[in-house]
Design a protein around this ligand. Structure first.
Ligand code: HEC
Length: 285
């Protein structure tokens, strides 16, 4: 090797060392959740994790309704907070980035610190082992994956239709029919709290005078209910969420938050048990 060659290879080495030390520019930052990792993730695990932790508030299919959270069709690649018909927090509307798998991953790992002021209240960060399969599943179901869905019999994962809700969704059923659902309504003018009791005959009773309602499970397996007689205008509200969202029973005064029209927010939670004088608390037959 002559001197010139030596100099040149030293220069190459120095350049390589600099490149190695420099932090990658944000635009081409190395992805953590690579396409390969996402395509190879465990679909069933991801599906279950999404159903248990996300589906209370999010639908995935194209044209499906917004629930408490926005519909997620084609969310990967879309600017955060940009579905026009959904009322996002200012934080999300002004986040100014497009969702990538890594960004969703960071958010679900640290919901509060990643986007301070966002209004997505999840009971706990999504554990490490569930995030990759969950994001992979979400991409497959929202038109965001360029790899095929694994060939598994999805129907085999479901409990047969036709059985009663108590048989099909035992943990959901026992949770809702034997405990107290606590609501807190907040709007510009007032704030009030009350308890509701979902009864096996399809009715809803409550701790607030004049407030009652009804519920049913529809053919998409959404639990829908209406409460009426409330001191709001109009004096009722109606909500639906997928039954699967409550597959893991949790107790907390505040488990979910629903932005309602006109700036009102409804907080909901589940408290253990019911008042003993409530005739509806009789044991299941
Ligand atoms: C209690 C209801 C609730 C649950 C549970 C929930 N979300 Fe959300 N999600 C929201 C709300 C509300 C927003 C909008 C937040 C805002 O505007 O600050 C949102 C926003 C999002 C967005 C951004 C959408 C957009 O258009 O920018 C993604 C992605 C998302 N959620 C994914 C998830 C995943 C994955 C899970 C499961 C771990 C989950 N969410 C669980 C309520 C929920």
């Amino acid at each position: 090797m002559d001197r010139r060659e030596l100099k040149r290879s030293a220069a190459v080495l120095v350049l390589a060392a600099i490149a190695w030390c420099l932090p990658a520019a944000p635009a081409d930052a190395q992805e953590r959740l690579t396409r390969q990792a996402l395509a190879g993730a465990d679909y069933v695990r991801g599906r279950l994790a999404f159903q248990q932790r996300c589906s209370a508030c999010h639908t995935l299919a194209e044209d499906a309704l917004h629930l408490a959270g926005p519909n997620l069709w084609e969310v990967i690649g879309r600017t955060a907070g940009s579905r026009e018909e959904f009322s996002y927090s200012e934080t999300l509307r002004e986040a100014g980035f497009a969702w990538t798998p890594d960004r969703v991953d960071d958010w679900l790992a640290n919901p509060d610190s990643y986007l301070p002021g966002n209004t997505m209240l999840i009971p706990e960060p999504v554990p490490d082992r569930d995030r990759l399969p969950m994001i992979s599943f979400m991409m497959m179901e929202t038109g965001g994956a360029d790899w095929p869905r694994p060939e598994i019999d999805i129907a085999a994962l479901e409990t047969p239709r036709g059985a009663s809700p108590a048989e099909r969704f035992p943990s959901f059923w026992n949770h809702l029919m034997h405990n107290t659902t606590h609501y807190r309504w907040v709007d510009d003018e007032q704030e009030f709290e009350f308890d509701a009791y979902y009864n096996k005959d399809g009715s809803v009773s409550s701790s607030m005078e004049g407030v009652d309602g009804f519920w049913h499970i529809d053919d998409r397996d959404f639990f829908c209910y209406a409460l009426q007689g409330l001191p709001i205008r109009p004096n009722y509200f109606v909500q639906c969420f997928p039954v699967a969202a409550m597959a893991i029973p949790r107790f907390s005064e505040q488990l979910w938050q629903s932005p309602m029209y006109g700036g009102a927010v409804l907080y909901g939670g589940i408290l253990p048990g019911r008042p003993t004088d409530d005739v509806e608390t009789a044991a299941p037959e």
